[in-house]
Structures are given as C-alpha cells and as structure tokens.
Design a protein around this ligand. Structure first.
Ligand code: TYD
Ligand code: MG
Length: 458
C-alpha cells in the first residue's frame, strides 16, 4: 500500500475528501479507485486573509438585507439563457463541463461577444490557447467578438488581479484545469489546485461582484480532477454534451445544478461553420435525418425539464455467429436493456437468447425515463420480425417485469408535441387517460407486450 510520504495526501476525485493513506476505496463516499495523490497544501497566509475577510463583513439581520439579486444579464444565446433561467446572475459562478472538442470554448466566446454588444464588460482568460488562437476562433464566429478582452494566463493571482483592475462584469476562465495558484505546490489540474482555484474565483465573484464562468473538462471515464469535485462549490453546473462529429452535429446543454433557476432543462444547439446556433425547433431536432420504412426504428417523446423532445430509438437484433450473444446499448443503460430483453423473451416469446442485440438512441440523447421502454421494445420486436413500424407512430409506456405496459406521466405534453410534429398514431397503455383536444391522433391501447408483439407481427 502506498502512503503519502513527504507531505502528500490522497484526495477522492468524486467527493473531494482527503485521506492520509492510499486505498482502493474512499472512506468518505465509498467510491472505488478514486483516490489521487496530491502534494500537501501550503496554507501559509490563507488563514490570515480569511480572518480579515470575515472581520470586514459583520453579521447582519435578515431584514436588513435587500431582495436577492433578481438582475440578470441575457447572454444573447436563446438556449443558454433558457438553461440558465433567464441569463447570467451577477456574482454567480457557473461551471460548464464537457468532453474536449464538444464546443465549450466556442460557446463561451460567443457568450462574451454578445455580452459586450449589450454593454456588459467581459474578460476571456485562455489558458489552453494563446490569445492569437482565440482571435482565429473569433474570426469564424458570426458574431463580432472584437470588444472582448482576452488574457493568456494560467496563474490565478494574475487572473484575479486583472479582473479587479478592469472591473470586468463577466470573467470567463478556460479552463479551470490549466489554472494554478502559487500557494499550492501541486501541478495545474490536480484536484487540490482545481478546488482551490475555484474557491478563490468564487471569492472574487462574491467580493468584487463579477460573474465567473469556468470551463471544466471531463473525460469519458469521469476523469481525474474532473468538475465532479467542484459541483458543490459553484452556483450552477452545466454540462455540454452531444455527438462531436456526428452527422447532425447537435449539442445539448444540460443544467444539473442551478441555484438561480431550475435543473434538468436542456438547450439544444447546432455546431455550424460560424459557431453554435440555437436549434429552431428543439423538440424535433433529433428526428432530422430519420429514415422511415426500415425495421428496428421507433419514436418516443422524452420530457427534458419542461420541454418534450422527440427521439428515435434504433435496434438491430441479428443472429449471433457463436458464443455469448453481444448486447450493445448507446444512450440507454445496458442493465435496462437486459431487463427489457428478458421480459420480451419470457412474456413475449421472442428468441433473443441466440441473437446479438444493438440499441442506439440517435443524436447522443440518453433515455433515462422508463416511459421510453415501450419504444425500445417496439424497435426490438420490429427488428426481429424485420418489419418496419408505422412511420407516423409514437410509443409511450413503461414496461414492467410481468410484461405489462404502464401509463406515463406528462402524457398530454408529449402527445401534443407529437401531433405538432405530424405523428398520427400513439401506442400507449390501455390504462392511459388521454384527453387530447382536437383529436387528430389514433390511440392504440395495449395491456402488455404480448399485445404489442401480436399487433406488430400481424
Ligand atoms: P471547442 O469550442 O474548441 O471545444 P472545447 O472547448 O469543448 O474543447 O470546439 C471545437 C470544435 O468545434 C472543433 O472541432 C471545431 C468546431 N468548430 C466549428 O465547427 N465551428 C466553429 O465556428 C468553431 C469556432 C469551431
Ligand atoms: Mg476549449
């Protein structure tokens, strides 16, 4: 067993807890393989500044405090404003996480350009690219970013100095992983540095009043010193995701924490040659390019926050050559797929035991709600029989272990959106209460997946 010798400690990259010794498992949160070594912090001077800071702000009565900041700066990017809850709140700290190459720098530079045009001063700190590279990026954008102040700097003390001197109202730090403070010995990017730099930027925001937007990289595996450890420090956490280089080039911006707005709202962007643009009709964005008349494709409607989103589920069930059949799920939990396959096998008499099964949700969307079970099951059944499902049908239902099909919540919102997008048939649980004004939708009620299998085979 390794031991932190000569002034190093081990910190959990999930929960941030500090341990004196290395172990396979974090004692604090129970996560496995998350302890990373980092040098002991040199905390000289910090306690002093903390002491004076706390003396500067004596306690006040709640009644003496004004109403909390209702002021917001709209960013000029419709979908970003929607996810933030109306714009950037002064003095707030927002973390934008995402895999490298997904478009975080582009999003923030566009945001800075729009803010400048609206008269809100900005400072874009780039630790990953030189100011010249940032300028090259800016030249591609449809919006003029000429007024944005750019600073090529990774040292935190310099960043906060310039932000204070300029009196900037929104500071962008790209990225938190390249930023370091002189007060810690560890290399930029280690958990200690990342946490300390974030805490100090938070202090800058609360003391001097600028909003701070941080870029944080996450790797596919969650990554060392990933933004996960920062989520409880900052006010708002947004994740930028999507299929980089996919045919649609759509990006989803998702709020997972928001002290100034609701969570679970998503914004949908498209990466174009001139930067990110808000998708005109987010609900239908992921159906663009759908092929109809092919077996194994089913459409369902997710609720993303308050917005319905139509997505296509594709399944391919092919006879396996030899050995254990493969199960590959993209955008769907593989355990959920295993459950649905077992239910289909036992309750629907469909032979998946000898088939490879591939399920894919298009556009990089993830199916997290059980209400999408029926679409997965329908796509699988359609693939086994090699019979396309009706192109104008939408599938909404949860599938139970007994093979029963259960009603879903928010049905009206989902169906209204489907009708708006031209869908004319809805496969639902017979127990669903449908009260759609205007009609225009044929409801196909089903009790269990036996019903579904019979209907699709007929
Ligand atoms: P970037 O913002 O650098 O991603 P991140 O900061 O998350 O690493 O985006 C990188 C990709 O976006 C890159 O592949 C180029 C592409 N891109 C466009 O397609 N259009 C554009 O206008 C810009 C600026 C970038
Ligand atoms: Mg970047």
């Amino acid at each position: 067993m390794r031991k932190g010798s000569g002034g190093s400690v081990f910190r959990c990259t999930d929960c941030g807890a500090e341990q004196p010794k290395w172990g396979g498992r974090c004692d604090a949160c129970g996560a496995w393989n998350t302890l990373a070594e980092e040098p002991l912090s040199r905390t000289v001077g910090r306690s002093d500044s903390k002491r004076t800071a706390s003396l500067e702000r004596p306690p006040v009565r709640l009644s003496e405090l004004g109403a909390p900041g209702v002021e917001r700066w709209p960013t000029g990017l419709r979908e970003l404003d929607f996810v933030l809850g109306g714009g950037i709140v002064p003095g707030s700290v927002v973390l934008v996480g995402g895999e490298p190459g997904i478009g975080k720098s582009t999003l923030l530079l566009q945001c800075a350009a729009h803010l400048e045009r609206a008269g809100v001063s900005t400072l874009y700190v780039s630790g990953e690219e030189s100011p010249e590279q940032v300028r090259l990026r800016a030249e591609r954008l449809a919006v003029d970013a000429g007024a944005v102040h750019v600073l090529g700097e990774t040292r935190l003390e310099a960043i906060t100095h310039h932000a204070r001197v300029l009196g900037t109202r929104v500071v962008f730090v790209d990225s938190i992983q390249t930023t370091y403070t002189d007060d810690l010995e560890g290399a930029p990017g280690n958990v200690g540095q990342v946490r300390e730099c974030t805490a100090r930027l938070l202090r800058l925001a609360k003391e001097a009043g600028p909003a701070v937007l941080l870029v944080g990289h996450v790797t596919k595996g969650g990554g060392i010193a990933g933004p996960k450890t920062l989520e409880h420090i900052v006010d708002t956490v947004l994740y930028f995701e999507g299929e980089a280089g996919g045919t649609l080039d759509h990006r989803i911006l998702r709020a997972v924490k928001n002290r100034f707005g609701s969570v679970d709202e998503i914004g949908v962007f498209e990466m174009t040659g001139t930067g990110l643009t808000a998708v005109a009709d987010p609900a239908a964005a992921f159906l663009a390019g759908r092929t109809t008349g092919v077996s194994g494709s089913a459409v369902t409607a997710l609720m993303e926050g308050t917005r319905p989103l139509l997505v296509e589920v594709q399944a391919l069930a092919a006879r396996s050559g030899y050995g254990t059949p493969q199960r590959v799920a993209t955008g769907l939990d593989h355990r959920r797929l295993a459950v649905l396959l077992a239910v289909l096998e036992r309750r629907g008499n469909l032979p998946f035991g000898e088939r490879d099964v591939f399920v894919n949700v298009t556009g990089g969307v993830r199916l997290l709600e059980p209400s999408t079970d029926l679409a997965v099951v329908a796509a699988l059944v359609s693939s086994v029989h090699d019979r396309p499902l009706p192109a104008d049908a939408i599938f909404l239902g949860e599938v139970g272990l007994g093979g029963e099909i259960r009603p879903v919540t928010g049905l009206e919102r989902r169906l209204s959106e489907a009708v708006r997008q031209g869908f004319r048939r809805a496969f639902l649980s017979t127990r669903s209460r449908v009260s759609l004004p205007g009609g225009g939708l044929e409801v196909v009620g089903m009790d269990g997946i036996g019903d579904l299998a019979r209907r699709l085979a007929a």
